[in-house]
Ligand binder design. Structure first.
Ligand code: PEP
Ligand code: MG
Length: 877
């Protein structure tokens, strides 16, 4: 018989698949002998079986009862005993952390009878009744779907009647009345009395946690975080300890280092005289951990010692939840903590310095996505007005947008918005997803808003206490800001500004640009060290897609070791468009040759600049690719101009000739039409002119003492015959030019047929470069220019894709073609150089795939070069 329940003493941190992250870590802490309240974990398998069948697995509750007996024995109390009740917490905890997305129920075991026992035993009736009303509220909401507002309204009314500012000021009698009122609310919504059998409470709570795996917000969160939807959650059942048992009690969240900056030293929030979820919910403002040192130095010292041990055990930053019950410290949770991208780099480097991890491990602790976030701009402080207020800098970045006050408005907005809330709860997730940034007036760095925003890389300022938030406006310092007005939120400093503050580039970008030195800056020196190591271990080279000398120079500063794609069509825009028009409209060879002769020196000059910028490094020049009609005015526009002229009795002149040409060349599917190599074979002399320009530019650079390394690349090849024809023409041109270095000729692989026939194509190619944009388009058969608006969001919503295949390579389809083409191409020509120059070349997950597939380089936009370098290094470890 399979087993569904593990005592905390039976598991360890490596069993997260089975016990969930929280359960595995509770087990680890128990094994370490740390003060964890007794408890057990119900496995993710049990949840999966429940979700699949809709029924709790047979024997589950029998096993629960067996383990409960152990907990009861250890605590010396029985669940719900009317004289001295054991109370339980029931918490979700999947394989991956999903903060606040699933359910937790505390104080299971309290009933009309046992509340009296708890009051008598604890000597604190207020605490007992407060716990009971919390249970009815949480249980009602979670298990029976009673609307939270119903309880909140009753609580507010009770406070108003008592003249109390918060629930903490309510007396015993008032809390007893509140319990009565809550039970009525429960009955009204649930259609039954609040369960008075403690074991029934426990079973219902466990089942509710199972179900919460599929709560809408949890599904949305997983989709965003790319967590598989079929893992299920474990359920942790633990003896309750109480942080709301008077002044020597409290609850807190702590990090072994600052999760925002990575600075060394314990860091956290403490809430005296409060119960577990109050800190995370951000309902009340917390005090710093140092306050605990003042209130309870013994628990504080014990906590620090435990945090030290946890860091050593996990070899990383840990975050923990703890409770102090009447001077006794209890550990409720730990895990390797989430952190900002800056902290990730700083901590990884620190751990190397401290001798805890190697540089290789440090590289695994940071990601290309994190580096990308560090390359975001921030506000230009010099240009900023006096701030409206300063809150807690919870998630760094610079966000500018119109104020909205709820999720619906955020989702409906067309422009960038800032979501402004007193505090956020998991129901606000869609609004947080839609917003540029988040501002709250309550809660610390560990509040829901802060934790979720950091996870998403969204700018967030929280706990801006002097902001008074109404339904359509907020006021701060006597100033009112209405919905729709623009504010600027600085998640790095916590400052909030009225209006739009100009943004400036990130320090990391300035460092890559050579404008800032890493010396003395913890973040920049961490980035520097990890980038150096990444370059050292990487097998994939990183080139850039750059069409101009300026782009190429920037890419070089960012660490590119070549240009993997120069799209020459971009050189035919602006004033040169007219020359292309002449080429297209040419009636005979002479006219065409004249047009080409006019284009030649312009191309040559472009290439000379580009080769100079990349002196000593390879520059892959791709011959012209898009359909020629892209260089002509749109058909409708021309037709209208001609019709207007004719209606006015005027001569449409040149427009009429153009219109005829556009009509002649019109294609129903231009992306599948006359473009790439087909164009080169149809328009005589076009490719030859480009090849000549490349060779002449290279010869000129050599004459000037330079070291140009050009390569010529043919786009959209589908059969070797195409490439052979172009190659023969190109070689003929090259042989006639003196003084140029040897120039390799290769092809893009972007048509599925090219991938399949790679063995033949390699006979005529010195190198392959996968154009994965077109290869994705043609393999899936959907248009790269149209899909995003047309149906991708629906596909993503349905989970058909976890991510757009234009963003991350579709490993099993398009990736298989890449793998196969590499293998077949290299069989023909073992020295074949193979790279990729589609957008995927700068995508972290795709870079890892290209490494594994044995490519020689990836080529991506200049800005993504550092990200690809980092990932190339990570892939090699
Ligand atoms: C590609 O198709 O991946 C590619 C790099 O070419 P382009 O994006 O210019 O079509
Ligand atoms: Mg292409």
């Amino acid at each position: 018989m399979s087993r569904y329940v593990y005592d905390f003493s039976e598991g360890n941190k490596d069993l997260a698949d089975l016990l969930g992250g929280k359960g595995a870590n509770l087990a680890e802490m128990t094994r370490m002998g740390l003060p964890v309240p007794p408890g057990f974990t119900i496995t993710t398998t049990a949840c999966r079986e429940y979700l699949a069948t809709g029924a709790v697995p047979q024997h589950l509750f029998t096993e629960v009862e067996e383990h409960l007996r152990l907990v009861q024995d250890r605590m010396g109390k029985r669940l719900g005993d009317p004289r001295d009740p054991l109370l339980l917490s029931v918490r979700s905890g999947g394989r991956y952390s999903m903060p606040g997305m699933m359910e937790t129920i505390l104080d299971i075991g309290l009933t009309d009878a046992s509340v009296l026992g708890l009051a008598a035993k604890s000597g604190d009736p207020r605490f007992a009744w407060d716990s009971y009303r919390r249970l009815i509220q949480m249980f009602g909401k979670t298990v029976f779907g009673v609307p939270g507002e119903a309880f909140a309204a009753e609580l507010a009314a009770a406070c108003a009647r008592a003249g109390a500012a918060t629930d903490a000021e309510l007396g015993v009698g008032q809390l007893q009345d509140l319990v009565g009122a809550y039970q009525k609310i429960f009955y009204a919504h649930a259609g039954r009395d609040f369960p008075q059998a403690p074991h029934e409470q426990l079973y219902l709570a466990i089942t509710a946690v199972f179900k919460s795996w599929n709560a809408e917000r949890a599904v949305l969160y997983r989709r965003r975080e790319r967590i598989p939807q079929d893992l299920g959650t474990a359920v942790n059942v633990m003896a309750m300890v109480f942080g709301n048992l008077g002044a020597r009690s409290g609850t807190g969240v702590a990090f072994t280092r600052d999760p925002a900056t990575g600075r060394r030293g314990a860091y956290g929030d403490y809430l005296p005289s409060a119960q577990g979820e109050d800190v995370v919910a951000g309902i009340r403002n917390t005090v710093g951990l140092s306050e605990l040192e003042r209130i309870d130095p013994h628990s504080y010292r014990q906590l620090l010692a435990i945090m030290e041990r946890l860091e050593q055990r996990y070899r990383d930053l840990c975050d923990i939840e703890f409770t102090v019950e009447d001077g006794t410290l209890w550990m409720l949770q730990t895990r390797v903590g989430k952190r900002t991208p800056a902290a990730a780099f700083v901590i990884a480097a620190q751990l190397v310095d401290e001798g805890t991890i190697t540089l290789g491990e440090a590289l695994q602790r940071v990601t290309g996505e994190q580096l990308a976030q560090l390359m975001f701009p921030s506000f230009d402080d010099a240009a900023a007005p006096a701030p409206l207020t300063t809150g807690v800098p919870a998630s760094p970045g610079a966000a500018v947008g119109a104020v909205v006050f709820d999720s619906a408005a955020a989702a409906a907005a067309t422009g960038p918005v800032i979501l402004v809330r007193r505090e956020t709860n998991p129901d606000d997730l869609p609004g947080m997803v839609a917003a540029e940034g988040i501002l709250t007036s309550r809660g610390g760095k560990t509040s829901h808003a802060a934790v979720v925003a950091r996870g998403m890389g969204k700018t967030c300022v929280c706990g801006a206490e002097d902001v008074e938030i109404g339904p359509d406006a907020f006021t701060v310092g006597g100033r009112t800001v209405h919905a729709g007005e623009v504010i600027s939120v600085d998640g790095t400093t916590g400052r909030v500004y009225a209006g739009e503050v100009p943004v400036r580039p990130s320090a990391v970008v300035r460092y890559f640009e050579g404008e800032a030195t890493a010396l003395g800056d913890p973040l920049l020196s961490a980035v520097q060290r990890l980038m150096v190591h990444a370059d050292h271990v990487a097998r994939l080279a990183v080139h850039a897609n750059a069409d101009t000398a300026a782009d190429a120079a920037r890419a070089r500063r960012f660490g590119a070791t070549g240009v993997g794609l120069c799209r020459t069509e971009h050189m035919f825009l602006g004033e040169r468009r007219e020359l292309v028009e002449r080429l297209i409209l040419a009636d005979d060879d002479t006219e065409r040759e004249q047009a080409l002769a006019a284009l030649l020196p312009l191309q040559r000059a472009d290439f000379e600049e580009l080769f100079a910028a990349m002196d000593g490094l390879p520059v892959t020049v791709r011959l012209i690719d898009p359909p020629l009609h892209e260089f002509l005015p749109p058909l409708e526009e021309l037709a209208a101009r001609v019709a207007r002229a004719e209606a006015l009795g005027e001569d449409p002149g040149h427009d009429a000739t153009l219109l005829a040409a556009v009509r002649r060349m019109h294609e129903a599917n231009p992306m599948l039409g006359l473009r790439g190599v087909r164009l080169g074979l149809v328009v005589p002399g076009l490719f030859a002119m480009q090849v000549r320009a490349v060779a002449q530019a290279a010869a000129a650079r050599v004459a000037a003492g330079g070291d140009p390394r050009p390569e010529i690349m043919v786009p959209l090849v589908g059969t070797v015959q195409e490439l052979e024809t172009v190659r023969a023409e190109a070689e003929a041109v090259l042989s006639g030019i003196e003084g140029a270095p040897p120039i390799r000729i290769g092809t893009m692989i972007e048509v599925p047929r090219a991938a399949l026939t790679a063995a033949q194509i390699a006979t005529a190619a010195d190198f392959f470069s996968f154009g994965t944009n077109d290869l994705t388009q043609m393999t899936w058969g959907f248009s790269r220019d149209d899909v995003e608006g047309a149906f991708f969001s629906r596909y993503l919503g349905l989970g058909i894709f976890a991510v757009s295949p234009f963003e991350t390579i579709d490993v099993s389809g398009v990736g298989e073609l890449v793998r196969l083409a590499v293998e077949r191409g290299r069989k023909t020509r073992p020295d074949l150089t193979v790279g990729v120059c589609g957008e995927h070349g700068g995508d972290p997950a795709s870079v890892r795939f290209f490494h594994a597939t044995g490519l020689d380089y990836v080529s991506c936009s200049p800005f993504r070069v550092p990200i690809a370098r980092l990932e190339a290094g990570r892939a090699a470890i």
